[in-house]
Design a protein. Structure first.
Length: 124
């Protein structure tokens, strides 16, 4: 299983999961089958608000799941259309959230809870 995590700084599995998918500078990708960790720079970092292109952001990488602190409905729909299930982070680090995901303890995000990290409402 290949799982991506939106992060602000690349510290491998010790990275802190970032609050928003589209503006995350990096994505940590954990491949549980290959037992490796890689980093992808967000290739779509400078996009208009609400116009995130997840395929470009992930540099065309194929994933099974994405874990985020928050995400707009448009990006969520686009990731789902790519076959990527999106989950909300419950703990600070990639490592801790990966453990929760393996135990089926992370909630899958939907249209109703996609903007959960935005203070004062969602602009998506």
């Amino acid at each position: 299983m290949k799982v991506g995590f939106a992060v602000l700084r690349d510290k491998g599995v010790e990275s802190i999961v970032y609050d928003h998918f589209g503006s995350a500078p990096f994505f940590i990708v954990v491949d549980s089958e290959e037992a490796n960790v890689s980093t992808v720079g967000n290739k779509n970092l400078n996009h208009a608000h609400g116009a995130c292109n997840p395929i470009m952001a992930l540099d065309g990488r194929s994933l099974d799941a994405m874990v985020v602190g928050g995400i707009g409905a448009g990006a969520l729909n686009k990731l789902n259309a790519m076959g990527i299930r999106v989950y909300g982070a419950e703990l600070p680090t990639v490592k801790a959230n990966l453990a929760l995901l393996k135990e089926n303890k992370l909630k899958e995000l939907s249209m109703e809870n996609s903007c959960r990290s935005h203070q004062g409402g969602c602009g998506h």
